[in-house]
Design a protein around this ligand. Structure first.
Ligand SMILES: O=C(O)C(=O)C[C@]1(C(=O)O)C=C[C@@H](O)C=C1
Length: 102
């Protein structure tokens, strides 16, 4: 085995190890999102039952401020954190609207 093969093997091992961690993290993200959507489905039911609007822009503004701060401390791009939250909330509002129509 020459030096190139040894390096290739080491790189392959490191890549596999990192990918195993990425797979674990992705699984955690999916489980956490599933739990979040379980909560928001209940919020959607509550809002529909009490004729409350699906969206609450004031609450969203507070969440964005909080999440951007958390992201900064965690060395995650705050703009990315905000985009991700907005993406999730847009889906939640869509669910709320479906519940309200049902
Ligand atoms: O907290 C609420 O009122 C929700 O409906 C949940 C949620 C969210 O997903 O965090 C979604 C929509 C609202 O505009 C604000 C927040």
């Amino acid at each position: 085995m020459n030096e190139t093969d040894t390096t290739d093997e080491s790189v392959r091992e490191q890549l596999e190890e990192l990918r195993a961690s990425i797979d674990n993290i992705d699984a955690a993200v999916v489980h956490m999102l599933a739990e979040r959507f379980k909560c928001t489905q209940r919020v959607g039911r509550l809002k529909a039952d009490h004729r409350l609007p699906p969206a609450d822009p004031g609450r969203e503004a507070r969440q964005i401020v909080r999440l951007r701060e958390l992201a900064e401390h965690a060395k995650l791009d705050p703009a990315f954190a905000e985009k991700l939250l907005n993406f999730i909330i847009a889906e939640v509002i869509r669910h709320h609207e479906t519940i309200a129509r049902s």
